[in-house]
Design a protein around this ligand. Structure first.
Ligand SMILES: [Zn+2]
Length: 238
């Protein structure tokens, strides 16, 4: 299968990064979120091919608080989130936040999942490299479950994602990326429930998967919603 067919098969709707962030801004603006009263936060992989969306978020919302670890995992915890939660301007007595949670995956022009080319290099590369390394480890039958102090984030990825994977099952990279998305969103939500006072703050969660195609980056939107005055409303970005 070629790239377009693979994309269509696994992702029901994709936007370019600019379209996606613009769309989120357009649906959030009537709900009281704008670039003057809102701080954005992001969980995006450290990989440089992921950073283009950071620039788009900055362009729409201004500088964003960075919660990102390898694979876009949310390991910033209560301390990280509590720090961000004291930064928004106060407008109408409330603070406004928008959180982008976007792990990533590559698809090359032949439709191979996880494979990309990097400028100036002949050999194939992978994205997400951290998730791919963990997937290979699982496939080998041996997973290192210790906390390696010289490899802290990768140790945390293994420990966190294994909680979501049935014992003995080896997901492929696409399934593992969806598992990472679920974990990032869930950890963000759990931490929000402990740190955020919805009497003082309104927020939005925008989750999805960033896709590196042969000629640019795209985003597949997953669950997106707002919590305004403590009330949750789904955002339709499809
Ligand atoms: Zn990555």
């Amino acid at each position: 299968m070629k790239y377009e067919e693979v994309l269509k098969k696994y992702f029901d709707k994709v936007y370019t990064e600019v379209e996606f962030v613009k769309k989120t801004y357009q649906v959030l603006e009537p709900l009281g979120f704008n670039d003057e009263n809102t701080i954005a936060g992001k969980c995006i992989c450290r990989d440089e091919i992921s950073q283009s969306i950071r620039s788009v978020i900055k362009h729409m919302w201004g500088e964003a608080f960075n919660f990102s670890s390898l694979a876009g995992m949310f390991f910033a915890g209560k301390t990280g989130l509590a720090a961000a939660m004291h930064h928004s301007p106060i407008s109408g007595g409330k603070e406004q936040y928008v959180f982008y949670a976007l792990p990533h995956i590559a698809i090359n022009k032949e439709g191979r999942i996880g494979v990309c080319r990097r400028e100036g290099r002949e050999e194939e590369s992978t994205a997400c490299g951290a998730l791919n390394a963990f997937q290979k480890e699982m496939a080998s039958g041996k997973v290192n479950l210790t906390m390696d102090n010289e490899d802290v984030e990768q140790s945390l990825i293994r420990m966190r994602l294994l909680r979501e994977i049935p014992y003995g099952h080896v997901p492929d990279l696409l399934e593992l990326t969806r598992t990472a998305l679920k974990a990032i969103q869930s950890d963000l939500e759990t931490t929000i429930s402990k740190v955020v006072d919805t009497n003082k703050s309104n927020y939005a969660i925008i989750s999805g998967i960033q896709i590196h195609g042969p000629s640019g980056n795209y985003v597949w939107p997953s669950e997106c919603y707002t919590v305004v005055n403590g009330k949750r409303e789904t955002l339709n970005l499809k």
